[in-house]
Ligand binder design. Structure first.
Ligand SMILES: Cc1ncc(COP(=O)(O)O)c(C=O)c1O
Length: 355
């Protein structure tokens, strides 16, 4: 942290936490007692405060709603056996939020506001952090443009807000994915490498079509040739082919996932061969045909590791090896969980304690 900020706090009269079993709530639907808000106007961040979670009055003319100046992050806090709460690599989320802000012509958030707000909020709502093995507190920091004005231009006012919600496992079952060769998620020169709200809105229709065909998610391909795989839904994509871990190289069409980086770091630490490069769907299917495609999975904060057990491509379904046989992804999933729950040495200093 580079400094401290004054945060005024208005506490909830009576916590709602006893109304829920925080270890067993549906993802993203039940929000913790408080939220953090910082306001930007006249060229600077002005006041910062914590108030009870709830609706806030905003204009229907608000520019975020019309022109999509809205960005967000997704991160998690975990509770260990001693009831201590820690965040997983929060500085990475802070830096990525500001990368998104720059691309969307929005003001960057100073570190003391991001980290200071987050720490205060989590101290206040620590009871909302699940203690179960697979549970965590999902944290959603976001910035929205709040000018009350119609007209396409960068807003002059913004709100940076953090809300949180208890979360269990995101995909409880392995998933079947459809390789999407008609629609695309991101284009060179676009905003695929940042977490702009519009990236997610545009993905819903192709995902809905895939779901109607019996798949849970799509695999996005490159917008120019539709031959190279990029991401799966809102996750980075990984394959184990032979003894090599393969993932698409980062570019301006791929989000630089923090889970992706963590998985690659662990794999390299374990001496595994890792390749970050272009991967064509043909290469994946040839490996499947030759029996060398050992594992396929998506990785991201919400799901951690989502096992892919089936891939649909050009009207054909390809079944992948059963999850029990997947040595790498099950180990990486376990080790990440153990690090987050304070049960394994945090060799890379990924956890930041709330105190
Ligand atoms: C498009 C997209 N790709 C990948 C990821 C995974 O990123 P992370 O591991 O930082 O959650 C996310 C989630 O944030 C995402 O929205």
């Amino acid at each position: 942290m580079t400094g401290t900020i004054d945060i005024s706090v208005k506490k909830i009269a009576k916590s709602r936490v006893t109304e829920f079993d925080v270890n067993n709530v549906p993802f993203g639907k039940c929000f913790s007692d408080h939220m953090f808000i910082a306001e930007y106007s006249d060229g600077k961040w002005q006041k910062a405060y914590i108030v009870p979670y709830g609706d806030v009055p905003l204009s229907y003319a608000m520019s975020a709603l019309h022109y999509g100046q809205a960005i967000f992050e997704g991160m998690k806090a975990y509770k260990n056996d001693k009831n201590e709460v820690s965040l997983f690599r929060p500085t990475e989320n802070f830096m990525r939020l500001n990368k998104s802000a720059i691309r969307m012509a929005m003001p960057e958030v100073p570190e003391e506001i991001f980290m200071g707000g987050l720490m205060e909020l989590l101290k206040l709502d620590s009871q909302w952090v699940p203690s179960s093995d697979t549970g965590s507190l999902y944290i959603r920091p976001f910035i929205i443009a709040t000018d009350e004005a119609i007209g396409v231009k960068a807003s002059e006012t913004y709100k940076f807000i953090i809300i949180t919600c208890p979360a269990g496992k995101y995909y409880s079952e392995p998933i079947k994915v459809l390789v999407e060769t008609n629609f695309f998620r991101a284009v060179h020169g676009g905003v695929g490498f940042v977490k702009a709200a519009g990236n997610y809105g545009r993905s819903l229709y192709p995902t809905k079509l895939a779901q109607q065909k019996g798949y849970q998610q799509v695999i996005w391909t490159d917008s120019e040739t539709h031959q190279y795989v990029e991401e799966s839904g809102t996750m980075n994509l990984m394959f184990v082919i032979g003894d090599t871990l393969l993932t698409p190289a980062l570019s301006d069409t791929i989000l630089s996932g923090i889970t992706r980086d963590s998985v690659l770091t662990l794999a390299r630490d374990w001496g595994m061969k890792v390749e970050e490069r272009k991967i064509s769907i043909r290469e994946v299917l040839t490996a499947h045909h030759n029996g060398t495609l050992m594992e396929a999975f998506g990785c991201g904060t919400a799901a951690t590791i989502a096992q892919i057990i089936g891939i649909g491509f050009e009207g054909k379904d390809y079944d992948l090896p059963p999850v029990e046989e997947r040595k790498f992804s099950t180990k990486v999933d376990d080790v990440l969980r153990s690090i987050r729950k304070g049960k394994t040495e945090d060799k890379f200093n990924w956890m930041m304690k709330i105190n």
